[in-house]
Design a protein around this ligand. Structure first.
Ligand code: FE
Length: 340
Protein backbone atom coordinates (compact mmCIF):
# COMPACT_ATOMS: atom_id res chain seq x y z
CA UNK A 1 0.00 0.00 0.00
CA UNK A 2 1.35 3.39 -0.90
CA UNK A 3 -0.21 6.48 0.52
CA UNK A 4 1.34 9.72 -0.56
CA UNK A 5 0.27 13.04 0.83
CA UNK A 6 1.31 16.33 -0.63
CA UNK A 7 5.03 16.64 -1.42
CA UNK A 8 5.33 17.92 -4.99
CA UNK A 9 1.73 19.13 -5.09
CA UNK A 10 2.15 21.46 -2.14
CA UNK A 11 5.42 22.90 -3.39
CA UNK A 12 3.83 23.60 -6.76
CA UNK A 13 0.82 25.26 -5.20
CA UNK A 14 3.03 27.58 -3.16
CA UNK A 15 5.25 28.41 -6.14
CA UNK A 16 2.14 29.34 -8.11
CA UNK A 17 1.08 31.96 -5.59
CA UNK A 18 4.59 33.30 -5.23
CA UNK A 19 5.52 32.07 -1.75
CA UNK A 20 8.88 30.37 -1.60
CA UNK A 21 8.86 26.74 -0.52
CA UNK A 22 11.46 27.63 2.11
CA UNK A 23 8.96 29.79 4.00
CA UNK A 24 6.63 26.86 4.31
CA UNK A 25 6.96 24.95 7.57
CA UNK A 26 6.83 21.24 6.87
CA UNK A 27 8.32 17.88 7.70
CA UNK A 28 8.48 14.80 5.48
CA UNK A 29 7.95 11.40 7.04
CA UNK A 30 8.54 7.96 5.57
CA UNK A 31 6.56 5.62 7.75
CA UNK A 32 5.97 1.89 7.93
CA UNK A 33 3.00 2.54 10.19
CA UNK A 34 -0.56 2.92 8.94
CA UNK A 35 -2.99 2.92 11.82
CA UNK A 36 -6.21 4.88 12.23
CA UNK A 37 -5.13 6.48 15.52
CA UNK A 38 -2.01 7.84 13.82
CA UNK A 39 -4.21 10.34 11.96
CA UNK A 40 -4.95 12.18 15.21
CA UNK A 41 -1.26 12.00 16.04
CA UNK A 42 -0.32 13.94 12.89
CA UNK A 43 -3.24 16.36 13.00
CA UNK A 44 -2.51 17.35 16.59
CA UNK A 45 1.14 18.05 15.80
CA UNK A 46 0.22 20.35 12.91
CA UNK A 47 -2.38 22.11 15.08
CA UNK A 48 0.14 22.70 17.86
CA UNK A 49 3.11 23.77 15.71
CA UNK A 50 1.79 24.89 12.33
CA UNK A 51 4.22 22.44 10.73
CA UNK A 52 2.62 20.57 7.84
CA UNK A 53 3.30 16.83 7.72
CA UNK A 54 3.80 15.04 4.41
CA UNK A 55 3.84 11.28 4.61
CA UNK A 56 4.75 8.30 2.53
CA UNK A 57 3.61 4.99 3.97
CA UNK A 58 5.16 1.75 2.79
CA UNK A 59 6.49 -1.49 4.23
CA UNK A 60 9.74 -1.25 6.19
CA UNK A 61 11.92 -2.92 3.60
CA UNK A 62 10.50 -0.89 0.71
CA UNK A 63 11.14 2.35 2.60
CA UNK A 64 14.78 1.39 3.13
CA UNK A 65 15.15 0.54 -0.57
CA UNK A 66 13.52 3.82 -1.54
CA UNK A 67 15.81 5.85 0.72
CA UNK A 68 18.89 4.11 -0.66
CA UNK A 69 17.71 4.77 -4.23
CA UNK A 70 16.95 8.45 -3.54
CA UNK A 71 20.35 9.01 -1.95
CA UNK A 72 21.32 12.54 -0.84
CA UNK A 73 18.38 14.04 -2.79
CA UNK A 74 15.75 12.30 -0.70
CA UNK A 75 13.10 14.71 0.60
CA UNK A 76 12.62 12.52 3.70
CA UNK A 77 13.29 13.95 7.16
CA UNK A 78 12.14 11.08 9.36
CA UNK A 79 12.06 7.30 9.01
CA UNK A 80 9.58 5.39 11.19
CA UNK A 81 9.87 1.58 11.20
CA UNK A 82 9.21 -1.37 13.47
CA UNK A 83 11.97 -3.45 15.03
CA UNK A 84 15.37 -2.26 16.22
CA UNK A 85 16.83 -4.73 13.71
CA UNK A 86 15.47 -2.61 10.85
CA UNK A 87 16.60 0.66 12.44
CA UNK A 88 20.02 -0.96 12.60
CA UNK A 89 19.83 -1.73 8.89
CA UNK A 90 19.05 1.94 8.18
CA UNK A 91 21.95 2.95 10.41
CA UNK A 92 24.31 0.49 8.68
CA UNK A 93 23.30 1.91 5.29
CA UNK A 94 24.41 5.34 6.54
CA UNK A 95 20.91 6.77 6.20
CA UNK A 96 20.56 8.28 9.68
CA UNK A 97 22.22 11.08 11.66
CA UNK A 98 22.80 11.25 15.42
CA UNK A 99 20.48 13.61 17.30
CA UNK A 100 21.06 15.26 20.66
CA UNK A 101 17.82 16.04 22.46
CA UNK A 102 17.36 16.51 26.18
CA UNK A 103 13.64 15.81 25.84
CA UNK A 104 14.18 12.48 24.09
CA UNK A 105 16.95 11.46 26.47
CA UNK A 106 14.81 12.24 29.50
CA UNK A 107 11.57 10.69 28.23
CA UNK A 108 12.83 7.50 26.56
CA UNK A 109 14.57 4.83 28.66
CA UNK A 110 18.22 4.47 27.63
CA UNK A 111 17.86 0.82 26.58
CA UNK A 112 15.14 1.73 24.07
CA UNK A 113 17.19 4.18 22.01
CA UNK A 114 20.48 4.15 20.12
CA UNK A 115 23.43 4.98 22.39
CA UNK A 116 24.51 7.86 20.11
CA UNK A 117 21.01 9.06 19.21
CA UNK A 118 20.79 7.58 15.69
CA UNK A 119 17.26 6.34 16.47
CA UNK A 120 14.72 6.31 19.27
CA UNK A 121 12.04 3.82 20.35
CA UNK A 122 8.52 5.22 20.81
CA UNK A 123 6.62 2.04 21.67
CA UNK A 124 7.49 -1.50 22.67
CA UNK A 125 6.25 -4.95 21.72
CA UNK A 126 6.82 -8.19 23.61
CA UNK A 127 7.61 -11.55 21.97
CA UNK A 128 5.42 -13.81 24.07
CA UNK A 129 4.54 -17.49 24.39
CA UNK A 130 0.93 -18.58 23.86
CA UNK A 131 -0.47 -21.99 24.66
CA UNK A 132 -3.74 -23.76 23.98
CA UNK A 133 -5.45 -24.06 27.35
CA UNK A 134 -6.87 -27.51 26.45
CA UNK A 135 -3.41 -28.89 25.67
CA UNK A 136 -1.03 -27.28 28.16
CA UNK A 137 -1.42 -26.77 31.89
CA UNK A 138 -0.74 -23.46 33.62
CA UNK A 139 2.91 -23.17 34.64
CA UNK A 140 4.10 -25.93 32.29
CA UNK A 141 5.89 -23.49 30.02
CA UNK A 142 7.57 -20.39 31.38
CA UNK A 143 10.58 -19.46 29.29
CA UNK A 144 12.08 -19.33 25.80
CA UNK A 145 14.41 -22.09 26.98
CA UNK A 146 11.35 -24.31 27.67
CA UNK A 147 10.45 -24.18 23.95
CA UNK A 148 13.47 -26.44 23.35
CA UNK A 149 12.42 -29.03 25.96
CA UNK A 150 11.98 -32.44 24.23
CA UNK A 151 8.68 -32.84 26.07
CA UNK A 152 7.18 -30.45 23.47
CA UNK A 153 8.20 -32.57 20.45
CA UNK A 154 5.80 -31.83 17.56
CA UNK A 155 4.00 -29.14 19.56
CA UNK A 156 5.56 -25.80 18.65
CA UNK A 157 4.44 -23.34 15.94
CA UNK A 158 6.80 -20.51 15.06
CA UNK A 159 7.54 -18.54 11.91
CA UNK A 160 10.65 -18.61 9.73
CA UNK A 161 14.08 -17.61 10.94
CA UNK A 162 14.52 -14.92 8.27
CA UNK A 163 11.72 -12.92 9.88
CA UNK A 164 13.04 -9.83 11.66
CA UNK A 165 11.24 -10.59 14.94
CA UNK A 166 12.93 -13.98 15.20
CA UNK A 167 16.29 -12.52 14.13
CA UNK A 168 16.06 -9.95 16.91
CA UNK A 169 15.04 -12.61 19.43
CA UNK A 170 18.06 -14.72 18.47
CA UNK A 171 20.32 -11.66 18.65
CA UNK A 172 19.14 -11.14 22.21
CA UNK A 173 19.64 -14.81 23.10
CA UNK A 174 23.17 -14.69 21.70
CA UNK A 175 23.83 -11.70 23.94
CA UNK A 176 22.33 -13.41 26.99
CA UNK A 177 23.38 -17.05 26.55
CA UNK A 178 26.36 -16.92 24.21
CA UNK A 179 26.39 -18.46 20.72
CA UNK A 180 26.90 -22.06 21.79
CA UNK A 181 23.89 -22.23 24.08
CA UNK A 182 21.79 -20.17 21.70
CA UNK A 183 22.53 -22.67 18.91
CA UNK A 184 21.65 -25.63 21.10
CA UNK A 185 18.38 -23.84 21.89
CA UNK A 186 17.58 -23.26 18.20
CA UNK A 187 18.24 -26.95 17.43
CA UNK A 188 15.96 -27.96 20.28
CA UNK A 189 13.15 -25.74 19.03
CA UNK A 190 13.54 -27.05 15.46
CA UNK A 191 13.23 -30.61 16.82
CA UNK A 192 9.93 -29.57 18.43
CA UNK A 193 8.35 -27.96 15.35
CA UNK A 194 4.73 -29.02 14.77
CA UNK A 195 5.22 -28.06 11.11
CA UNK A 196 7.69 -26.31 8.84
CA UNK A 197 7.67 -22.56 9.57
CA UNK A 198 5.05 -20.77 7.47
CA UNK A 199 2.95 -17.62 7.73
CA UNK A 200 3.17 -14.70 10.12
CA UNK A 201 2.68 -14.45 13.86
CA UNK A 202 -1.14 -14.45 13.56
CA UNK A 203 -0.98 -17.76 11.70
CA UNK A 204 0.97 -19.33 14.57
CA UNK A 205 -1.67 -18.12 17.04
CA UNK A 206 -4.51 -19.50 14.92
CA UNK A 207 -2.74 -22.87 14.61
CA UNK A 208 -2.39 -23.03 18.39
CA UNK A 209 -6.06 -22.13 18.86
CA UNK A 210 -7.18 -25.00 16.61
CA UNK A 211 -4.81 -27.47 18.28
CA UNK A 212 -2.56 -27.96 15.23
CA UNK A 213 0.14 -27.12 17.72
CA UNK A 214 -0.01 -26.63 21.48
CA UNK A 215 2.32 -23.65 21.76
CA UNK A 216 3.04 -20.63 19.57
CA UNK A 217 5.45 -17.72 19.70
CA UNK A 218 4.11 -14.33 18.63
CA UNK A 219 4.40 -10.63 19.26
CA UNK A 220 1.78 -9.69 21.81
CA UNK A 221 -0.19 -7.25 19.62
CA UNK A 222 -1.29 -9.96 17.17
CA UNK A 223 -3.02 -11.62 20.10
CA UNK A 224 -4.46 -8.25 21.19
CA UNK A 225 -5.92 -7.79 17.69
CA UNK A 226 -7.73 -11.12 18.11
CA UNK A 227 -8.88 -10.20 21.61
CA UNK A 228 -10.26 -6.86 20.41
CA UNK A 229 -11.56 -8.19 17.08
CA UNK A 230 -15.15 -7.62 16.04
CA UNK A 231 -15.17 -11.00 14.30
CA UNK A 232 -16.61 -13.64 16.68
CA UNK A 233 -14.34 -16.39 15.28
CA UNK A 234 -11.21 -14.35 16.05
CA UNK A 235 -12.41 -13.58 19.56
CA UNK A 236 -13.16 -17.28 20.05
CA UNK A 237 -9.66 -18.21 18.83
CA UNK A 238 -8.10 -15.77 21.31
CA UNK A 239 -10.21 -17.27 24.11
CA UNK A 240 -8.55 -20.66 23.49
CA UNK A 241 -5.14 -19.18 24.23
CA UNK A 242 -3.22 -18.18 27.32
CA UNK A 243 -0.43 -15.63 27.10
CA UNK A 244 2.80 -16.24 29.01
CA UNK A 245 5.36 -13.47 29.55
CA UNK A 246 8.53 -15.52 29.17
CA UNK A 247 11.55 -15.56 31.48
CA UNK A 248 10.06 -13.70 34.43
CA UNK A 249 12.39 -15.57 36.80
CA UNK A 250 15.48 -14.88 34.71
CA UNK A 251 16.34 -12.27 32.05
CA UNK A 252 12.83 -10.96 31.41
CA UNK A 253 10.67 -11.02 28.29
CA UNK A 254 12.23 -10.13 24.94
CA UNK A 255 10.85 -6.78 23.82
CA UNK A 256 11.44 -4.75 20.73
CA UNK A 257 10.52 -1.25 19.59
CA UNK A 258 8.74 0.75 16.95
CA UNK A 259 11.06 3.65 16.43
CA UNK A 260 12.23 6.55 14.36
CA UNK A 261 15.39 8.25 13.25
CA UNK A 262 16.24 11.46 11.45
CA UNK A 263 17.71 11.02 7.99
CA UNK A 264 21.23 12.17 7.26
CA UNK A 265 20.17 14.66 4.61
CA UNK A 266 16.94 15.76 6.26
CA UNK A 267 15.93 19.10 4.64
CA UNK A 268 13.89 20.08 7.70
CA UNK A 269 16.01 18.81 10.57
CA UNK A 270 14.72 21.24 13.21
CA UNK A 271 11.11 20.37 12.43
CA UNK A 272 12.00 16.70 12.48
CA UNK A 273 13.46 17.02 15.99
CA UNK A 274 10.28 18.82 17.07
CA UNK A 275 8.20 15.97 15.72
CA UNK A 276 10.22 13.29 17.53
CA UNK A 277 10.00 15.28 20.77
CA UNK A 278 6.26 15.56 20.23
CA UNK A 279 6.08 11.75 19.78
CA UNK A 280 7.57 11.40 23.26
CA UNK A 281 4.83 13.56 24.86
CA UNK A 282 2.19 11.86 27.02
CA UNK A 283 -0.66 12.47 24.57
CA UNK A 284 1.24 11.37 21.47
CA UNK A 285 2.62 8.35 23.30
CA UNK A 286 -0.88 7.03 23.92
CA UNK A 287 -1.88 7.45 20.26
CA UNK A 288 1.35 5.99 18.96
CA UNK A 289 1.21 2.90 21.17
CA UNK A 290 -2.52 2.31 20.83
CA UNK A 291 -2.40 2.28 17.05
CA UNK A 292 -0.97 -1.22 17.25
CA UNK A 293 -1.78 -2.22 20.85
CA UNK A 294 1.81 -1.63 21.84
CA UNK A 295 3.22 -0.31 25.10
CA UNK A 296 4.24 3.36 25.21
CA UNK A 297 7.90 3.92 26.15
CA UNK A 298 6.64 6.55 28.61
CA UNK A 299 4.99 3.95 30.82
CA UNK A 300 2.44 6.24 32.49
CA UNK A 301 0.90 7.03 29.08
CA UNK A 302 -0.59 3.52 28.78
CA UNK A 303 -4.37 3.91 28.42
CA UNK A 304 -5.35 0.76 26.53
CA UNK A 305 -7.75 -1.14 28.84
CA UNK A 306 -7.36 -4.55 27.17
CA UNK A 307 -3.59 -4.24 27.26
CA UNK A 308 -3.65 -3.11 30.88
CA UNK A 309 -5.73 -6.21 31.65
CA UNK A 310 -2.79 -8.42 30.60
CA UNK A 311 -0.90 -7.14 33.63
CA UNK A 312 2.64 -5.95 34.00
CA UNK A 313 5.73 -8.01 33.29
CA UNK A 314 9.48 -7.81 33.53
CA UNK A 315 11.10 -6.93 30.21
CA UNK A 316 14.68 -7.83 29.32
CA UNK A 317 16.55 -4.57 30.03
CA UNK A 318 19.17 -5.18 27.32
CA UNK A 319 19.80 -2.25 24.96
CA UNK A 320 17.84 -3.02 21.79
CA UNK A 321 20.84 -1.86 19.73
CA UNK A 322 22.24 -5.35 20.43
CA UNK A 323 19.61 -6.84 18.09
CA UNK A 324 21.24 -5.21 15.10
CA UNK A 325 24.78 -5.87 16.19
CA UNK A 326 24.15 -9.64 16.49
CA UNK A 327 21.87 -9.92 13.44
CA UNK A 328 24.40 -11.44 10.99
CA UNK A 329 25.47 -14.02 13.60
CA UNK A 330 21.81 -14.79 14.35
CA UNK A 331 20.96 -15.64 10.74
CA UNK A 332 24.02 -17.88 10.39
CA UNK A 333 23.17 -19.63 13.61
CA UNK A 334 19.57 -20.30 12.51
CA UNK A 335 20.87 -21.71 9.23
CA UNK A 336 23.22 -24.08 11.07
CA UNK A 337 20.31 -25.20 13.25
CA UNK A 338 18.21 -26.04 10.16
CA UNK A 339 15.52 -23.48 11.05
CA UNK A 340 13.98 -22.59 7.69
FE1 FE B 1 4.19 -7.04 13.29
Amino acid sequence: MLKQVGFAGLTLAFAAIGISAAAQQEVNIYSARHYQTDEALYTNFTKATGIQINRIEETDDKLLDRLKAEGPNSPADILIVVDAGRLWRAEQAGLLQPIKSKVLEERIPANLRHPEGQWFGFSTRARAIFYNKDLVKAGEIKSYEDLADPKWKGKICIRSSSNMYNLSLMSALIDRLGEEKAEAWAKGVVANFAREPKGGDSDQLLAASTGECAIALSNHYYYMRMVRSEKPEEKAAAAKLQIVWPNQDTIGTHTNISGAGILKNAPHKENAIKFLEYLASDAAQAYFANGNNEFPVVAKALNNPELKALGTFKADPVNVAVYGKNQPAAQKLYDRAGWK
